[in-house]
Design a binder for this molecule. Sequence first.
Ligand code: V47
Length: 372
Amino acid sequence: MSVFIEDSRLKPILEKVEAGARLSYEDGVALYRTSDILALGYMANLVRERLHGATTYFNVNRHINPTDVCVASCRLCAFGKKAKDPKAYTMSLDQVWHVAGEGWTEAVTEFHIVGGLHPELTLDWYCEMLRGLKERFPQVHLKAFTMVEIGYLAERTRISVQEVLERLRDSGMDSLPGGGAEIFCDRVRRIICDHKITGEEWLETARIAHRLGLHSNCTMLYGHIETEEDRVDHLVKLRALQDETRGFVTFIPLAFHPDNTPLAHIPKTTGFLDIKSIAVARLMLDNIPHIKAYWIMMTPKIAQIALRFGADDIDGTVVEEKIYHDAGATTSQSLRRGELLQLIRKAGREPVERDTLYRPVQRTETTFTVLV
Ligand code: V47
């Protein structure tokens, strides 16, 4: 099929995409540099439809953030607070289990659980939290703890990352979300998140998790001080690890929201960059099955457009989001299942409710069955 390409530098890339060939680092940089968003969208949509046709996935999930107390003080973050901050909170185990139940009205299939790096909560506490959730909600998938939280627990408990992962898995953790990856480049990390594990450590933690048979997602935070080269380097590193482990399920590009962070002077990302980040990810990450347009971060309107620029997933109902809303997000904190269906259908796509590992879910008003 022919397509009108305004930016002639994209022609050799189009040939590779049509042939199903892997794109190089240089191709990735060229894709980020182009303004030819329609050619980019054409190519990304070609790959998206080759993999998923018109299907667009969503899930019925609930976010739980047990604490916002965090020792890290990352400049990118408006969520984490020092323990002595009067606005900081830490839930008791009973509160976590209670909050989880509040999302139950729509029969959620996933709890997405992440929090700050708390200096006192122990590995045993987290294991008990998971066991309590599994006991009360045995059919709900527990997608819990970023690689950064895992690294911190290992450091504090003085045991290996592998042992932390095994203990959490044995207590009920089913998979891991993709957060904390930010941008792997050291120079950028030193400025936006200098107290976090390094990019290499993030990748190594993911490698260990995948080797234990745990799946995870992966993310990239863009729109702050990183260069186009930094972004492509990040994508290429994720792709290389995926060649090795096949453990990543979904990639989620995350736009930096500057409000209430020490980097508040940085302008917000544009819709153009948000859409481009989805498309470039779809084209570069040829071995990661899904690309998510996280509506909380992109707004439902841009997320809907993204479904024609490479994304095949729109995340879920979420119910109560804190990380982006503390950083000035003006989107709603939750969407109902019916609203997600509408959003997808109005983009001419076919909604499929999935569980965390993308098995289709069949449901009645209050119950669900995962189709295997
Ligand atoms: O790790 C923090 C980012 C992430 C800000 O795996 C910020 O399915 C923008 O990882 N502006 C948490 N971003 C969110 C996340 C996620 C979201 C949805 C689905 C999944 C999944 C994972 O948000 C953090 C960090 O990278 N973040 N502060 C901020 N001011």
